[in-house]
Design a protein around this ligand. Structure first.
Ligand code: ZN
Length: 139
């Protein structure tokens, strides 16, 4: 991952082949002491691991797709939980048939490139477990 540009609190980041964008954004924010941020991404992926949260069973069902996909749009945020950076991202991905798949993004492996705009926010947001939804919600 390379920082292409930093304009005050806004970073333009470039991710390269075989990098996991979700993992690397978390690492970057930890290293830069970024506790709250929002980001968006476009580019091309060779593998994505997506989740769908079943609210009835309070469990995630996972699906990994290993094929060339357009990253048509990823939106995410950075907060902390128990002192650690948590990356939360949802995204859509385009197939060669122009069909779209999407969901909660657990892993995003880059094929050609991925371009991320990340805005660092002043302050601090924490997540905590919520029994009603079974999710770690912002508090
Ligand atoms: Zn999610």
């Amino acid at each position: 991952m390379k920082v292409i540009l930093q304009d005050k609190n806004v970073y333009i980041l470039r991710f390269d082949t075989d990098e996991d964008v979700v993992k690397e954004i978390g690492k970057f924010c930890s290293e830069e002491s970024i506790d709250a941020a929002s980001f968006s991404a476009i580019g091309a992926a060779k593998q994505v691991a997506l989740s769908y949260y079943n609210l009835q069973t309070k469990t995630y069902q996972d699906k990994t797709m290993s094929e060339d996909l357009e990253i048509t749009g990823v939106l995410g945020n950075i907060v902390t939980m128990d002192g650690k950076v948590v990356v939360h991202a949802h995204g859509t991905f385009g197939k060669d048939t122009y069909e779209i798949i999407g969901g909660h993004v657990k892993e995003l492996i880059v094929s050609a490139t991925c371009e991320v705009i990340l805005t660092k926010l002043e302050g601090f947001i924490e997540r905590e477990y919520d029994e009603v939804t079974g999710l770690n919600l912002m508090k």
